[in-house]
Write a protein of this length. Sequence first.
Length: 568
Amino acid sequence: MGQRPNALTPERSPQHRLGYVIRELREARGLSMRELAAKTFVSHSKVQRWENGDRPPKDLGEVELIDQALGAGGFLIELWQEIDRGTSKPSHVSDTALHVSDTSFDLATALSQTATSDGEGIFVPRRLDDGTVVLVALDRRALLRAGVGVGAAAVAGFFAPAAAVISSAEDPFGFARSATENWSGLRLSRPVPDFGVDWQALIPGGRSMLGSQMALQVHPARIEGSRVIVSIPDQRRAEEFLTRPHRGLLVGAVNTDGFSRFFALDGRAARSKLMSNGGVYEVVAPTAYELDDLTYGILWAVSNYDDALQADDQPLAETRSDLKAYERLSASAVSREAAPGLNTVAHMWLGSDFCARHILRALPDLPALPAFWTREQRGEEASAWLIFDHKYPYLRETTKALGSTSTRAFCVPENVVRSSPRHERILLFLAVALMESLGIRAQFTADLAYEAVEGFVVAPDKEAVIANWVRGDGMWHVDVTARSSVVREFTIAARDVDADSLTAAPTAAGRLRALAQYLDLPWSWLIQRCGQLARYGSSGLIQSRSRLVSAAGIDAACAYVGALPVDH
Protein backbone atom coordinates (compact mmCIF):
# COMPACT_ATOMS: atom_id res chain seq x y z
CA MET A 1 0.00 0.00 0.00
CA GLY A 2 1.20 3.50 -0.72
CA GLN A 3 2.03 5.92 2.03
CA ARG A 4 -0.58 8.52 2.93
CA PRO A 5 0.28 11.95 1.52
CA ASN A 6 1.75 14.39 4.01
CA ALA A 7 -0.84 16.91 5.23
CA LEU A 8 1.62 19.72 4.55
CA THR A 9 2.53 18.83 0.99
CA PRO A 10 1.52 21.39 -1.66
CA GLU A 11 -0.46 18.89 -3.72
CA ARG A 12 -3.10 18.81 -1.00
CA SER A 13 -5.63 21.59 -1.21
CA PRO A 14 -6.42 23.49 2.02
CA GLN A 15 -9.84 21.84 2.12
CA HIS A 16 -8.32 18.38 1.77
CA ARG A 17 -5.76 19.16 4.46
CA LEU A 18 -8.55 20.15 6.86
CA GLY A 19 -10.41 16.95 6.05
CA TYR A 20 -7.23 14.92 6.58
CA VAL A 21 -6.74 16.41 10.06
CA ILE A 22 -10.40 15.80 10.98
CA ARG A 23 -10.02 12.14 9.98
CA GLU A 24 -6.75 11.73 11.90
CA LEU A 25 -8.21 13.27 15.05
CA ARG A 26 -11.35 11.15 14.74
CA GLU A 27 -9.35 7.95 14.38
CA ALA A 28 -7.06 8.96 17.25
CA ARG A 29 -10.15 9.33 19.43
CA GLY A 30 -11.33 5.87 18.37
CA LEU A 31 -14.53 7.26 16.83
CA SER A 32 -16.30 5.94 13.78
CA MET A 33 -17.75 8.34 11.23
CA ARG A 34 -21.22 7.56 12.54
CA GLU A 35 -20.16 8.33 16.11
CA LEU A 36 -18.69 11.68 15.06
CA ALA A 37 -21.88 12.38 13.10
CA ALA A 38 -23.96 11.73 16.23
CA LYS A 39 -21.77 14.03 18.32
CA THR A 40 -22.04 16.84 15.77
CA PHE A 41 -25.72 16.33 14.89
CA VAL A 42 -25.11 15.72 11.17
CA SER A 43 -25.39 12.77 8.81
CA HIS A 44 -22.74 10.09 8.26
CA SER A 45 -22.40 11.21 4.63
CA LYS A 46 -21.66 14.77 5.72
CA VAL A 47 -18.77 13.61 7.90
CA GLN A 48 -17.50 11.63 4.92
CA ARG A 49 -17.61 14.77 2.74
CA TRP A 50 -15.73 16.76 5.43
CA GLU A 51 -12.95 14.21 5.54
CA ASN A 52 -12.72 13.78 1.76
CA GLY A 53 -12.45 17.54 1.36
CA ASP A 54 -15.35 17.50 -1.09
CA ARG A 55 -17.43 19.81 1.08
CA PRO A 56 -15.60 21.30 4.08
CA PRO A 57 -17.46 22.62 7.14
CA LYS A 58 -19.59 25.55 6.01
CA ASP A 59 -19.15 27.99 8.89
CA LEU A 60 -17.30 28.69 12.12
CA GLY A 61 -20.11 27.29 14.26
CA GLU A 62 -19.84 23.93 12.52
CA VAL A 63 -16.05 23.89 12.93
CA GLU A 64 -16.34 24.76 16.61
CA LEU A 65 -18.69 21.81 17.05
CA ILE A 66 -16.26 19.43 15.33
CA ASP A 67 -13.32 20.82 17.30
CA GLN A 68 -15.18 20.31 20.58
CA ALA A 69 -16.34 16.78 19.65
CA LEU A 70 -12.78 15.76 18.79
CA GLY A 71 -11.12 17.56 21.71
CA ALA A 72 -8.84 19.46 19.33
CA GLY A 73 -8.32 22.38 21.69
CA GLY A 74 -9.08 25.03 19.06
CA PHE A 75 -6.65 23.72 16.44
CA LEU A 76 -9.37 22.97 13.86
CA ILE A 77 -10.84 26.43 14.39
CA GLU A 78 -7.46 28.07 13.74
CA LEU A 79 -6.86 25.94 10.67
CA TRP A 80 -10.35 26.66 9.26
CA GLN A 81 -9.92 30.39 9.84
CA GLU A 82 -6.62 30.41 7.98
CA ILE A 83 -8.18 28.49 5.08
CA ASP A 84 -11.19 30.83 5.09
CA ARG A 85 -8.81 33.78 4.80
CA GLY A 86 -7.26 32.13 1.78
CA THR A 87 -3.89 31.15 3.26
CA SER A 88 -2.41 27.72 2.87
CA LYS A 89 -1.04 27.54 6.41
CA PRO A 90 -1.04 29.64 9.57
CA SER A 91 1.21 32.68 9.45
CA HIS A 92 4.76 32.25 10.78
CA VAL A 93 4.44 28.48 10.62
CA SER A 94 7.69 26.79 9.72
CA ASP A 95 7.82 24.88 6.45
CA THR A 96 9.10 21.79 8.21
CA ALA A 97 6.94 19.82 10.57
CA LEU A 98 8.51 18.33 13.66
CA HIS A 99 8.05 14.64 14.15
CA VAL A 100 8.18 12.44 17.24
CA SER A 101 10.00 9.26 16.31
CA ASP A 102 9.30 5.75 17.54
CA THR A 103 12.25 5.94 19.92
CA SER A 104 11.66 9.36 21.44
CA PHE A 105 8.44 10.88 22.70
CA ASP A 106 9.87 13.89 24.54
CA LEU A 107 8.44 16.95 22.82
CA ALA A 108 11.01 19.25 24.38
CA THR A 109 13.66 17.29 22.49
CA ALA A 110 11.52 17.06 19.39
CA LEU A 111 11.11 20.82 19.21
CA SER A 112 14.88 21.21 18.90
CA GLN A 113 15.00 18.90 15.89
CA THR A 114 13.90 19.22 12.29
CA ALA A 115 12.38 16.26 10.56
CA THR A 116 9.92 15.61 7.80
CA SER A 117 6.59 14.06 8.62
CA ASP A 118 5.90 10.64 7.15
CA GLY A 119 2.24 11.50 6.70
CA GLU A 120 1.01 9.39 9.59
CA GLY A 121 1.09 12.20 12.14
CA ILE A 122 -1.31 14.61 13.79
CA PHE A 123 -0.26 18.22 13.33
CA VAL A 124 -0.58 20.53 16.31
CA PRO A 125 0.48 24.20 16.51
CA ARG A 126 2.99 25.04 19.23
CA ARG A 127 4.46 28.45 20.00
CA LEU A 128 8.17 28.59 20.79
CA ASP A 129 9.78 30.97 23.26
CA ASP A 130 10.66 33.46 20.52
CA GLY A 131 7.03 33.62 19.36
CA THR A 132 7.51 31.42 16.27
CA VAL A 133 4.71 28.94 15.68
CA VAL A 134 5.57 25.48 14.39
CA LEU A 135 3.42 22.54 13.45
CA VAL A 136 4.32 19.54 15.57
CA ALA A 137 3.58 16.22 13.87
CA LEU A 138 2.89 13.56 16.47
CA ASP A 139 2.92 10.00 15.24
CA ARG A 140 -0.23 8.50 16.70
CA ARG A 141 1.00 4.91 16.52
CA ALA A 142 4.43 5.73 17.91
CA LEU A 143 2.93 7.58 20.86
CA LEU A 144 0.56 4.73 21.62
CA ARG A 145 3.43 2.23 21.46
CA ALA A 146 5.45 4.42 23.78
CA GLY A 147 2.56 4.54 26.24
CA VAL A 148 1.98 8.28 26.00
CA GLY A 149 -1.41 8.37 24.29
CA VAL A 150 -2.55 10.91 21.75
CA GLY A 151 -4.73 13.00 24.02
CA ALA A 152 -1.91 13.98 26.38
CA ALA A 153 -0.06 16.01 23.81
CA ALA A 154 -1.63 15.79 20.41
CA VAL A 155 -5.35 16.22 20.70
CA ALA A 156 -6.09 18.23 23.79
CA GLY A 157 -2.80 19.77 24.83
CA PHE A 158 -3.63 19.51 28.51
CA PHE A 159 -0.16 19.61 29.98
CA ALA A 160 1.70 22.82 30.67
CA PRO A 161 4.09 23.71 29.26
CA ALA A 162 2.64 22.52 25.97
CA ALA A 163 5.88 20.90 24.86
CA ALA A 164 6.17 18.66 27.92
CA VAL A 165 4.95 15.06 27.99
CA ILE A 166 4.91 13.00 31.19
CA SER A 167 7.11 9.97 30.76
CA SER A 168 6.16 6.44 31.70
CA ALA A 169 8.66 6.56 34.57
CA GLU A 170 6.97 9.65 36.00
CA ASP A 171 3.49 8.21 35.47
CA PRO A 172 3.92 4.46 36.09
CA PHE A 173 0.19 3.77 36.40
CA GLY A 174 -0.81 5.99 33.47
CA PHE A 175 -3.08 8.00 35.77
CA ALA A 176 -1.99 11.46 34.62
CA ARG A 177 -2.31 10.51 30.98
CA SER A 178 -5.76 8.99 31.45
CA ALA A 179 -7.16 11.80 33.62
CA THR A 180 -6.00 14.66 31.44
CA GLU A 181 -7.16 12.93 28.26
CA ASN A 182 -10.64 12.44 29.70
CA TRP A 183 -11.25 15.78 31.39
CA SER A 184 -10.36 18.98 29.61
CA GLY A 185 -8.83 21.69 31.77
CA LEU A 186 -7.57 19.35 34.49
CA ARG A 187 -3.92 20.09 35.25
CA LEU A 188 -1.60 17.66 37.02
CA SER A 189 1.91 18.43 38.20
CA ARG A 190 4.48 16.56 40.25
CA PRO A 191 5.64 18.64 43.26
CA VAL A 192 9.36 18.76 44.02
CA PRO A 193 10.02 17.88 46.78
CA ASP A 194 6.82 15.87 46.91
CA PHE A 195 6.29 15.57 50.71
CA GLY A 196 4.12 12.52 50.17
CA VAL A 197 2.18 13.95 47.20
CA ASP A 198 2.35 12.11 43.87
CA TRP A 199 0.29 14.66 41.93
CA GLN A 200 -1.02 18.12 42.63
CA ALA A 201 -4.31 18.50 40.75
CA LEU A 202 -5.66 21.86 39.67
CA ILE A 203 -9.39 21.38 39.14
CA PRO A 204 -10.77 23.74 36.46
CA GLY A 205 -13.40 26.31 37.34
CA GLY A 206 -16.26 27.49 35.16
CA ARG A 207 -18.26 30.57 34.37
CA SER A 208 -18.62 31.40 38.06
CA MET A 209 -16.63 28.62 39.70
CA LEU A 210 -13.10 29.64 40.60
CA GLY A 211 -11.29 26.32 40.37
CA SER A 212 -9.98 24.11 43.14
CA GLN A 213 -7.01 21.96 43.96
CA MET A 214 -6.29 18.69 45.68
CA ALA A 215 -3.31 16.48 46.39
CA LEU A 216 -3.25 12.89 45.15
CA GLN A 217 -1.43 9.70 46.00
CA VAL A 218 -1.64 6.84 43.51
CA HIS A 219 -1.04 3.21 44.47
CA PRO A 220 -1.52 -0.20 42.89
CA ALA A 221 -4.83 -1.89 43.65
CA ARG A 222 -6.77 -5.07 43.00
CA ILE A 223 -10.49 -5.79 42.70
CA GLU A 224 -12.19 -8.35 44.92
CA GLY A 225 -15.89 -8.54 44.16
CA SER A 226 -17.39 -5.09 44.71
CA ARG A 227 -14.33 -3.87 46.61
CA VAL A 228 -11.06 -2.30 45.55
CA ILE A 229 -8.07 -3.08 47.77
CA VAL A 230 -5.45 -0.31 47.52
CA SER A 231 -1.97 -1.49 48.55
CA ILE A 232 0.28 1.08 50.25
CA PRO A 233 3.84 -0.20 50.70
CA ASP A 234 5.12 2.84 52.60
CA GLN A 235 3.18 3.50 55.81
CA ARG A 236 5.11 6.67 56.65
CA ARG A 237 4.40 8.16 53.24
CA ALA A 238 0.71 7.29 53.51
CA GLU A 239 0.40 8.79 56.99
CA GLU A 240 2.28 11.91 55.87
CA PHE A 241 -0.29 12.33 53.12
CA LEU A 242 -3.47 11.35 54.96
CA THR A 243 -2.94 13.25 58.22
CA ARG A 244 -2.69 16.68 56.62
CA PRO A 245 -5.76 18.95 56.69
CA HIS A 246 -5.60 19.61 52.94
CA ARG A 247 -8.04 18.05 50.51
CA GLY A 248 -6.50 14.79 49.39
CA LEU A 249 -7.55 11.94 47.16
CA LEU A 250 -6.18 8.43 47.42
CA VAL A 251 -6.27 6.73 44.02
CA GLY A 252 -6.03 3.02 43.39
CA ALA A 253 -4.85 1.83 39.97
CA VAL A 254 -6.04 -1.54 38.67
CA ASN A 255 -4.47 -2.87 35.49
CA THR A 256 -6.32 -5.64 33.67
CA ASP A 257 -5.13 -6.90 30.27
CA GLY A 258 -3.22 -3.68 29.64
CA PHE A 259 -6.21 -1.49 30.48
CA SER A 260 -6.09 0.71 33.60
CA ARG A 261 -9.00 1.64 35.82
CA PHE A 262 -8.78 4.14 38.65
CA PHE A 263 -10.72 4.33 41.90
CA ALA A 264 -10.76 7.33 44.24
CA LEU A 265 -11.27 7.72 47.97
CA ASP A 266 -11.40 10.95 49.93
CA GLY A 267 -8.31 11.40 52.11
CA ARG A 268 -10.35 11.76 55.28
CA ALA A 269 -12.31 8.59 54.52
CA ALA A 270 -9.10 6.74 53.64
CA ARG A 271 -7.46 7.76 56.93
CA SER A 272 -10.02 5.83 58.98
CA LYS A 273 -9.77 2.76 56.73
CA LEU A 274 -5.99 2.30 56.76
CA MET A 275 -5.13 -1.18 58.01
CA SER A 276 -2.17 -3.55 58.06
CA ASN A 277 -2.17 -6.83 56.13
CA GLY A 278 1.03 -8.83 56.55
CA GLY A 279 3.22 -5.75 56.80
CA VAL A 280 1.57 -4.03 53.82
CA TYR A 281 -0.93 -1.28 54.52
CA GLU A 282 -4.20 -1.40 52.63
CA VAL A 283 -7.29 0.70 52.17
CA VAL A 284 -10.61 -0.72 50.98
CA ALA A 285 -12.91 1.30 48.73
CA PRO A 286 -16.06 0.33 46.80
CA THR A 287 -15.80 -0.19 43.06
CA ALA A 288 -18.62 2.37 42.88
CA TYR A 289 -15.91 5.03 43.35
CA GLU A 290 -14.38 4.33 39.96
CA LEU A 291 -13.27 7.55 38.30
CA ASP A 292 -15.52 8.26 35.34
CA ASP A 293 -17.68 11.16 34.20
CA LEU A 294 -20.16 10.65 37.05
CA THR A 295 -17.63 10.66 39.88
CA TYR A 296 -15.41 13.28 38.25
CA GLY A 297 -18.44 15.56 37.89
CA ILE A 298 -19.21 15.19 41.59
CA LEU A 299 -15.56 15.81 42.54
CA TRP A 300 -15.44 18.83 40.23
CA ALA A 301 -18.62 20.46 41.52
CA VAL A 302 -18.20 19.72 45.23
CA SER A 303 -14.55 20.77 45.39
CA ASN A 304 -15.26 24.00 43.50
CA TYR A 305 -18.25 25.04 45.60
CA ASP A 306 -16.83 23.74 48.87
CA ASP A 307 -13.45 25.48 48.63
CA ALA A 308 -14.92 28.81 47.55
CA LEU A 309 -17.58 28.87 50.27
CA GLN A 310 -15.16 27.75 52.95
CA ALA A 311 -12.74 30.51 51.93
CA ASP A 312 -15.41 33.18 52.54
CA ASP A 313 -17.18 31.48 55.44
CA GLN A 314 -17.13 34.26 58.05
CA PRO A 315 -17.65 37.28 55.76
CA LEU A 316 -20.41 35.36 53.97
CA ALA A 317 -22.28 34.78 57.24
CA GLU A 318 -21.87 38.45 58.16
CA THR A 319 -23.07 39.63 54.74
CA ARG A 320 -26.12 37.34 54.83
CA SER A 321 -27.06 38.88 58.17
CA ASP A 322 -26.54 42.41 56.84
CA LEU A 323 -28.75 41.74 53.81
CA LYS A 324 -31.68 40.37 55.81
CA ALA A 325 -33.29 43.82 55.72
CA TYR A 326 -34.26 43.10 52.09
CA GLU A 327 -36.58 40.34 53.27
CA ARG A 328 -39.06 43.00 54.43
CA LEU A 329 -39.44 44.17 50.82
CA SER A 330 -41.68 42.46 48.27
CA ALA A 331 -39.24 43.46 45.50
CA SER A 332 -35.49 44.02 45.42
CA ALA A 333 -32.58 43.86 43.02
CA VAL A 334 -29.26 43.67 44.81
CA SER A 335 -25.98 44.11 42.97
CA ARG A 336 -22.76 42.29 43.72
CA GLU A 337 -21.34 45.57 45.02
CA ALA A 338 -23.45 44.96 48.12
CA ALA A 339 -20.96 42.20 48.99
CA PRO A 340 -17.73 43.48 47.40
CA GLY A 341 -15.32 41.29 49.32
CA LEU A 342 -16.95 37.96 48.49
CA ASN A 343 -16.04 35.64 45.63
CA THR A 344 -18.43 34.74 42.81
CA VAL A 345 -19.50 31.42 44.34
CA ALA A 346 -20.40 33.18 47.59
CA HIS A 347 -22.50 35.61 45.52
CA MET A 348 -24.21 32.61 43.90
CA TRP A 349 -25.00 31.07 47.27
CA LEU A 350 -26.40 34.34 48.65
CA GLY A 351 -28.60 34.83 45.57
CA SER A 352 -29.85 31.26 45.61
CA ASP A 353 -30.57 31.33 49.33
CA PHE A 354 -32.44 34.64 49.16
CA CYS A 355 -34.54 33.58 46.16
CA ALA A 356 -35.49 30.30 47.86
CA ARG A 357 -36.72 32.09 50.96
CA HIS A 358 -38.52 34.72 48.86
CA ILE A 359 -40.48 32.03 47.02
CA LEU A 360 -41.36 30.16 50.22
CA ARG A 361 -42.72 33.37 51.74
CA ALA A 362 -44.83 34.12 48.66
CA LEU A 363 -46.19 30.64 47.87
CA PRO A 364 -49.04 30.52 50.43
CA ASP A 365 -50.59 33.70 48.99
CA LEU A 366 -50.68 32.59 45.34
CA PRO A 367 -54.28 32.22 44.15
CA ALA A 368 -53.75 29.07 42.07
CA LEU A 369 -51.42 26.11 41.68
CA PRO A 370 -48.27 27.65 40.17
CA ALA A 371 -45.82 26.63 37.48
CA PHE A 372 -42.10 27.13 38.09
CA TRP A 373 -39.46 28.32 35.63
CA THR A 374 -35.74 28.00 36.28
CA ARG A 375 -32.76 29.37 34.34
CA GLU A 376 -30.18 26.64 34.95
CA GLN A 377 -28.77 25.31 31.68
CA ARG A 378 -25.42 23.76 32.51
CA GLY A 379 -24.12 21.38 35.13
CA GLU A 380 -22.24 24.17 36.88
CA GLU A 381 -25.47 26.04 37.62
CA ALA A 382 -27.66 22.97 38.12
CA SER A 383 -25.25 21.31 40.56
CA ALA A 384 -26.24 23.98 43.10
CA TRP A 385 -29.53 22.02 43.47
CA LEU A 386 -27.47 19.01 44.49
CA ILE A 387 -24.84 20.70 46.65
CA PHE A 388 -25.97 23.99 48.26
CA ASP A 389 -27.23 23.14 51.74
CA HIS A 390 -30.57 24.96 51.35
CA LYS A 391 -31.61 23.69 47.90
CA TYR A 392 -32.81 20.15 48.64
CA PRO A 393 -34.75 21.30 51.75
CA TYR A 394 -36.26 24.09 49.64
CA LEU A 395 -37.54 21.58 47.07
CA ARG A 396 -39.07 19.47 49.83
CA GLU A 397 -40.68 22.50 51.47
CA THR A 398 -42.22 23.79 48.22
CA THR A 399 -43.68 20.36 47.49
CA LYS A 400 -45.12 20.20 50.99
CA ALA A 401 -46.51 23.76 50.76
CA LEU A 402 -48.26 23.06 47.45
CA GLY A 403 -49.65 19.74 48.60
CA SER A 404 -49.53 18.39 45.06
CA THR A 405 -47.27 17.84 42.08
CA SER A 406 -45.96 20.85 40.20
CA THR A 407 -44.06 21.61 37.01
CA ARG A 408 -40.65 23.20 36.55
CA ALA A 409 -39.54 24.33 33.10
CA PHE A 410 -36.02 24.65 31.72
CA CYS A 411 -34.70 26.26 28.55
CA VAL A 412 -31.62 24.32 27.42
CA PRO A 413 -30.81 25.06 23.75
CA GLU A 414 -29.00 22.51 21.60
CA ASN A 415 -25.85 24.63 21.36
CA VAL A 416 -25.59 24.59 25.17
CA VAL A 417 -25.84 20.79 25.19
CA ARG A 418 -23.20 20.48 22.48
CA SER A 419 -20.76 22.76 24.27
CA SER A 420 -21.20 21.17 27.71
CA PRO A 421 -18.76 18.40 28.71
CA ARG A 422 -20.29 15.10 29.64
CA HIS A 423 -19.71 15.42 33.37
CA GLU A 424 -21.66 18.70 33.40
CA ARG A 425 -24.54 17.15 31.45
CA ILE A 426 -24.66 14.38 34.06
CA LEU A 427 -24.92 16.94 36.85
CA LEU A 428 -27.81 18.66 35.07
CA PHE A 429 -29.51 15.28 34.67
CA LEU A 430 -29.07 14.47 38.38
CA ALA A 431 -30.50 17.85 39.42
CA VAL A 432 -33.62 17.17 37.36
CA ALA A 433 -33.83 13.63 38.75
CA LEU A 434 -33.80 15.09 42.26
CA MET A 435 -36.83 17.22 41.35
CA GLU A 436 -38.64 14.31 39.74
CA SER A 437 -38.05 12.24 42.89
CA LEU A 438 -40.19 14.78 44.77
CA GLY A 439 -43.05 14.73 42.27
CA ILE A 440 -41.90 17.80 40.33
CA ARG A 441 -42.49 17.27 36.60
CA ALA A 442 -39.54 18.69 34.66
CA GLN A 443 -40.20 20.18 31.22
CA PHE A 444 -37.67 21.31 28.62
CA THR A 445 -37.54 23.60 25.63
CA ALA A 446 -34.67 24.33 23.27
CA ASP A 447 -36.30 27.49 21.93
CA LEU A 448 -33.76 30.33 22.11
CA ALA A 449 -36.61 32.81 22.46
CA TYR A 450 -37.02 31.69 26.07
CA GLU A 451 -33.34 31.75 27.01
CA ALA A 452 -33.49 35.20 28.62
CA VAL A 453 -36.67 34.58 30.65
CA GLU A 454 -36.02 35.15 34.35
CA GLY A 455 -36.71 32.55 36.99
CA PHE A 456 -40.35 32.77 38.07
CA VAL A 457 -43.30 31.10 39.74
CA VAL A 458 -46.60 31.93 38.08
CA ALA A 459 -50.20 31.35 39.07
CA PRO A 460 -51.47 31.38 35.46
CA ASP A 461 -53.19 34.62 34.44
CA LYS A 462 -53.30 35.82 38.05
CA GLU A 463 -50.02 36.55 39.82
CA ALA A 464 -46.29 35.92 39.48
CA VAL A 465 -43.29 35.66 41.77
CA ILE A 466 -39.97 36.64 40.19
CA ALA A 467 -36.91 35.07 41.78
CA ASN A 468 -33.72 35.05 39.72
CA TRP A 469 -30.07 34.65 40.65
CA VAL A 470 -28.76 32.65 37.67
CA ARG A 471 -26.90 34.65 35.00
CA GLY A 472 -28.38 37.91 36.28
CA ASP A 473 -26.75 41.32 36.46
CA GLY A 474 -26.70 41.27 40.26
CA MET A 475 -26.83 38.76 43.09
CA TRP A 476 -30.61 38.52 42.82
CA HIS A 477 -33.78 40.08 41.47
CA VAL A 478 -37.06 39.27 43.24
CA ASP A 479 -40.59 40.62 43.02
CA VAL A 480 -44.23 39.70 43.54
CA THR A 481 -46.48 41.18 40.86
CA ALA A 482 -49.96 41.00 39.40
CA ARG A 483 -49.07 43.30 36.51
CA SER A 484 -50.94 41.84 33.54
CA SER A 485 -48.13 42.14 30.97
CA VAL A 486 -45.63 40.31 33.18
CA VAL A 487 -48.07 37.64 34.31
CA ARG A 488 -49.21 37.08 30.74
CA GLU A 489 -45.62 36.68 29.49
CA PHE A 490 -44.84 34.08 32.14
CA THR A 491 -48.14 32.28 31.64
CA ILE A 492 -47.54 31.93 27.90
CA ALA A 493 -43.97 30.68 28.43
CA ALA A 494 -45.09 28.06 30.94
CA ARG A 495 -47.99 26.88 28.75
CA ASP A 496 -45.84 26.72 25.61
CA VAL A 497 -43.26 24.47 27.24
CA ASP A 498 -45.96 22.36 28.89
CA ALA A 499 -47.61 21.82 25.49
CA ASP A 500 -44.42 20.95 23.62
CA SER A 501 -41.82 19.73 26.11
CA LEU A 502 -38.79 17.93 24.69
CA THR A 503 -39.10 15.40 27.51
CA ALA A 504 -42.87 14.91 27.48
CA ALA A 505 -43.87 11.53 28.92
CA PRO A 506 -46.54 10.30 31.33
CA THR A 507 -44.04 9.01 33.92
CA ALA A 508 -40.94 10.38 35.65
CA ALA A 509 -38.88 7.51 34.24
CA GLY A 510 -40.05 8.36 30.73
CA ARG A 511 -39.23 12.03 31.14
CA LEU A 512 -35.79 11.30 32.55
CA ARG A 513 -35.05 8.84 29.78
CA ALA A 514 -36.03 11.46 27.19
CA LEU A 515 -33.77 13.97 28.97
CA ALA A 516 -30.87 11.51 28.95
CA GLN A 517 -31.35 11.06 25.22
CA TYR A 518 -31.41 14.83 24.64
CA LEU A 519 -28.25 15.27 26.72
CA ASP A 520 -26.56 12.35 24.89
CA LEU A 521 -26.17 10.27 28.06
CA PRO A 522 -26.45 6.46 28.06
CA TRP A 523 -29.58 5.49 29.98
CA SER A 524 -28.60 2.04 31.24
CA TRP A 525 -25.15 3.28 32.28
CA LEU A 526 -26.71 6.13 34.30
CA ILE A 527 -28.98 3.73 36.16
CA GLN A 528 -26.18 1.25 36.82
CA ARG A 529 -23.63 3.80 38.02
CA CYS A 530 -26.09 5.84 40.09
CA GLY A 531 -27.32 2.63 41.72
CA GLN A 532 -23.76 1.62 42.60
CA LEU A 533 -22.93 5.02 44.06
CA ALA A 534 -26.21 5.21 45.98
CA ARG A 535 -25.36 2.01 47.88
CA TYR A 536 -22.31 3.67 49.45
CA GLY A 537 -23.09 7.38 49.33
CA SER A 538 -20.79 10.07 47.99
CA SER A 539 -19.13 11.07 51.29
CA GLY A 540 -16.40 8.45 50.89
CA LEU A 541 -15.60 9.86 47.46
CA ILE A 542 -15.38 13.48 48.57
CA GLN A 543 -16.14 15.14 51.90
CA SER A 544 -17.15 18.79 52.21
CA ARG A 545 -15.51 21.23 54.59
CA SER A 546 -18.01 24.06 54.32
CA ARG A 547 -21.19 23.98 56.42
CA LEU A 548 -23.00 25.43 53.39
CA VAL A 549 -22.34 22.33 51.26
CA SER A 550 -24.27 19.08 51.58
CA ALA A 551 -24.16 15.75 49.78
CA ALA A 552 -27.80 14.95 50.59
CA GLY A 553 -29.06 16.06 47.19
CA ILE A 554 -26.44 14.04 45.30
CA ASP A 555 -27.20 10.89 47.26
CA ALA A 556 -30.98 11.30 46.93
CA ALA A 557 -30.73 11.85 43.16
CA CYS A 558 -28.44 8.84 42.68
CA ALA A 559 -30.72 6.63 44.78
CA TYR A 560 -33.74 7.65 42.69
CA VAL A 561 -32.03 7.13 39.33
CA GLY A 562 -30.51 3.84 40.47
CA ALA A 563 -33.98 2.45 41.19
CA LEU A 564 -35.45 3.36 37.79
CA PRO A 565 -36.28 0.58 35.30
CA VAL A 566 -33.64 0.12 32.61
CA ASP A 567 -36.11 -1.04 29.99
CA HIS A 568 -38.73 1.68 30.47
